[in-house]
Write a protein that binds this ligand. Structure first.
Ligand code: ADP
Ligand code: MG
Length: 285
């Protein structure tokens, strides 16, 4: 009964026709939808509002505010939000290539060239967020979408559900948030933090792109937090043997335990492995 109610409610949207599901998050379902008037396609993130607290509503407002101020080619664009019949709707551009996560799983790992091109786009999105005093806090391959199924498709950063608005670069207590494998040491230590937490996550993503497994992994979350706090990761043989020194050097500069010594997005965009890709990124791996 519950599901039927859900479907019929959503079919009743005046301006849009809701179609099939295209993704799912912890608290949301994302569906394709079509404007009845213009036939233009969108992705609509739907959240049940009946059980939400005032604090949850504030978070939804913040997510919309943050998305709306970030207009960038590598960031998913939010068109409008509205509440209707017990649901909150967020209308985004429809991104059709799926999650970077699925692409890594299918292909196992990326060549250095592909990884460099991919990380460059992620860095463009992150540096734009940071320039606008937004910290994403949940960078991971599930929240990075591919514009199409074609090779070299553009990457779009999505899911600003945990994003915060900071004031400049001053670290503050923003609370414990993120996804375990991507959490930075300063978040785990419950210290004040700021933009560098995103660059730590980019380091984790880059590591995963190159070999298909994460730098920090333990069954037990406590044990995993322990190795993250200490920044204990390695480059096991043989898969890392063919990876260039520049790639490892860039990962090392992102996975610096001390956030003050960690590379920034703008600096990383100037790193030779990113901006001098044809010469530096190993063609073999
Ligand atoms: P949550 O905050 O619940 O994690 P997300 O915003 O990450 O929700 O959306 C959940 C999933 O829906 C994403 O991981 C992705 O697969 C899919 N998705 C989100 N936005 C879009 C979009 N604009 N176009 C296509 N798929 C999307
Ligand atoms: Mg998500």
């Amino acid at each position: 009964a519950c599901i039927n109610e859900f479907l019929s409610e959503m079919d009743e949207l005046d301006l849009y026709e809701i179609r099939e599901e295209v993704g799912k998050g912890a608290f949301s379902v994302v569906k394709k939808c079509v404007s009845r008037k213009t036939k233009q396609e969108f992705a609509v993130k739907i959240i049940t509002t009946s059980k939400l607290t005032k604090r949850d509503f504030e978070k939804l407002e913040r997510e919309a505010r943050v998305c709306q101020k970030l207009r960038h080619k590598n960031i998913v664009r939010l068109h409008e939000t509205f509440d209707q019949g017990g649901y909150h709707y967020m209308l985004f551009d429809l991104i059709t290539g799926g999650e970077l996560f699925e692409d890594i799983v299918t292909r196992e790992y990326y060549s250095e060239r592909e990884a460099s091109r991919c990380i460059q786009q992620i860095l463009e999105a992150v540096s734009f967020c940071h320039k606008n005093d937004v910290v994403h806090r949940d960078l991971k391959p599930e929240n990075l979408l591919l514009d199409s199924k074609r090779p070299n498709a553009a990457i779009k950063l999505a899911d600003f559900g945990l994003a915060i608005e900071c004031q400049g670069n001053k670290p503050d207590h923003f609370g414990f948030a993120g996804t375990p494998g991507y959490l930075s040491p300063e978040v785990i230590k419950k210290e004040k933090y700021n933009k560098p937490v995103d660059m730590w996550a980019v380091g984790v993503i880059l590591y995963i792109l190159l070999v298909g497994y994460p730098p920090f992994w333990e069954e037990d979350a406590k044990a995993m937090y322990e190795i993250i706090r200490e920044g204990k990761y390695s480059y096991p043989s043989p898969e890392w043997d063919t990876v260039s020194r520049d790639a490892k050097q860039l990962i090392d500069s992102m996975l610096r335990v001390d956030p003050n010594k960690r590379i920034t997005a703008v600096e990383a965009l100037r790193h030779p492995w990113i901006c001098n890709r044809e010469k530096v990124a190993n063609a073999v791996h």
